[in-house]
Write a protein that binds this ligand. Structure first.
Ligand code: ADP
Length: 518
């Protein structure tokens, strides 16, 4: 005889029904408001539940979808088969399984990450298989983008190490030669030229790196002064002429007759044109041709640099202005730089309100880069526009304290200052420098920031605090050129912040502005 449960009092039954309904409402609310797909299969692989977002994805109503299998709902056969096998596996093993699958529904082609779990009945057997699916398309895309960026960064760092190491070999060989006492004057001179050339090359690479980091973070500000474009172009040609001559390039220059003036920054404009000419020279074989045209068109100054060099493949053209982008070329990379020049050029042109375009018929067909800049009507003559005043400082009355723990660097700078007519005093430690400054009252202190006992910023604060040097001109000379480094040094009391290796023209100009020749 089977025992039947005792009948429940009606109040308790009502309470149980109300509890069950409340729970159902709660689950329904939750399941129909999550962005994830939620569903349940019976053991015959038919959907017995699908939440709203899944119905939406299928573009079907509950009545149209429930009771159907994946295949009946229009999944591709391989996809429907895969889920059928997975459902059977979950039933057999009572273990969840996880997968990832692309699917094209009403939301388009997306990637989904799903998990199927067994729903166990009171007897411990699987009575259904429940699943949840998450759309991971954006995450996947972000992961891929990150992976690509990281791969590009790794390639870039490897190339950077290579590019920075390259000039070191000739520099070190030249230094060894100079150290040999029997080297003749001509060899010494050649060694010095090699060192200068290689250092200039390295400085160029490091400048590019700093520029690109500033440009991409929007930290570059430019002068807004009338600039004569012809002067800009001539200054740029001067910089690239040695490379063009060494490769025996035929160079033609076609400038329009009228005076073209634009509002901008002379140094940056020269940098733009030099970069384009330099690339033309780098990527054009010996005895090739390079042409620079400048004209005015619809109120815009148009500068075009063309060459008949190696050209750019159609695939590479859309990416050529991207950071670290370089067209595929020989592994020796004998011609390349860091792949950031054009990214900087584009950034600089945009700061001037202009744009740049590249055109090539393909590999071996030459290239043309065209720059558009808004031009202005200017009264300024070319000479007035080129208002870069070059002053040389010569004052035998000005004492300059140089503090650097790198003895060679300090001595070299002192040597140069002396040649310019200043009285240099060298100290290699900050504590001794502080004392020396009290005794000698220098009008100028040039301080390295990375000093061991007390850093240059602290030294500057103390120099400002002691009456003997409170009013001295303080110049930071440092390897740290980021914006926040400048800010810290200015807050510490420095008047100027120069990045190593010091641009002598800049230093001379700073000194000359304050201490004009007797
Ligand atoms: P890089 O330091 O490699 O020269 P750029 O940013 O200046 O970097 O140029 C990016 C890439 O564009 C170069 O590596 C080269 O592949 C291509 N490129 C630039 N200018 C030219 C040109 N005039 N002819 C052919 N290819 C060029």
């Amino acid at each position: 005889m089977t025992s039947t449960p005792p009948p429940q009092p009606p109040v308790q039954l009502a309470q149980t029904v109300a509890d069950a309904e409340r729970r159902t409402r709660l689950y329904e609310t939750f399941l129909n408001n999550t962005p994830d797909l939620a569903y349940v299969f019976d053991l015959q692989h038919r959907f017995i539940y699908a939440n709203s977002v899944l119905l939406q994805l299928w573009g079907k109503t509950w009545e149209e979808a429930i009771g159907k299998t994946c295949l009946e709902l229009g999944y591709e056969p391989w996809h429907a088969d895969m889920h059928s096998r997975e459902i059977d596996q979950v039933v057999a093993t009572k273990q969840p399984i996880r997968g990832e699958v692309p699917f094209a529904g009403t939301f388009g082609q997306r990637i989904y990450d799903y998990i199927f779990v067994p729903v166990l009945g009171p007897d411990g057997e699987v009575e259904a298989v429940a699943g949840t699916t998450r759309d991971t398309t954006e995450r996947k895309q972000a992961e891929q983008a990150l992976q690509l960026a990281s791969q590009r960064k790794d390639e870039f760092l490897a190339m950077l190490a290579h590019e920075l190491r390259n000039p070191l070999a000739p520099i070190s060989a030249a230094a060894q030669l100079i150290a040999m006492h029997n080297a003749d004057q001509e060899r010494l001179q050649r060694s010095i030229e090699i060192i200068n050339r290689q250092v200039t090359h390295m400085v160029g690479l490091v400048d590019d790196l700093l520029d690109v980091s500033r440009v991409t973070r929007g930290l570059v500000s430019i002068d807004q002064l009338p600039q004569d474009l012809k002067t800009v172009i001539n200054d740029s040609i001067e910089q690239v002429r040695p490379l063009m001559e060494s490769k025996q390039h035929r160079f033609s220059l076609n400038l329009c007759a009228e005076h073209v003036s634009i509002l901008g920054d002379h140094k940056r404009l020269v940098q733009i044109v030099t970069n384009l000419l330099n690339n033309a020279a780098k990527y054009t074989q010996t005895k090739g041709s390079i042409e620079l045209d400048m004209r005015v068109q619809d109120g815009q100054a148009v500068i075009s640099v063309s060459d008949d060099g190696i050209g750019i493949a159609a695939d590479d053209q859309p990416h050529i202005f991207e950071l670290f982008a370089q067209a595929k070329r020989n592994s020796d990379r004998s011609q390349g730089g860091l792949g950031i020049g054009l990214a900087v050029v584009k950034g600089m042109i945009e700061l001037h309100g202009g744009s740049i375009h590249c055109y090539s018929n393909g590999i071996g067909q030459g290239s043309r880069f065209t720059v558009y800049l808004p031009s202005i009507l200017s009264q300024a003559s070319a000479a007035e526009a080129d208002n870069v005043a070059r002053t040389s400082a010569q004052s035998n009355q000005t004492t300059v304290l140089v503090v650097d723990d790198n003895i060679d660097a300090a001595d070299m700078l002192a040597c140069l200052l002396e040649t310019l007519g200043y009285i240099p005093i060298v100290e290699n430690g900050s504590l001794s420098a502080l004392q020396r400054a009290q005794q000698t009252r220098p009008q100028v202190c040039i301080l390295d920031i990375g000093l061991p006992e007390m850093d240059g910023n602290e030294l500057a604060r103390r120099l400002r605090a002691q009456p003997e040097t409170a009013k001295a001109l303080l110049i930071a000379v440092t390897g740290y050129g980021q914006a926040h480094d400048r800010e810290t040094s200015l807050q510490a009391g420095f008047d100027h912040h120069l990045v190593k290796p010091v641009n002598l023209d800049a230093l001379i100009a700073i000194l000359a502005a304050k201490f004009s020749p007797h």
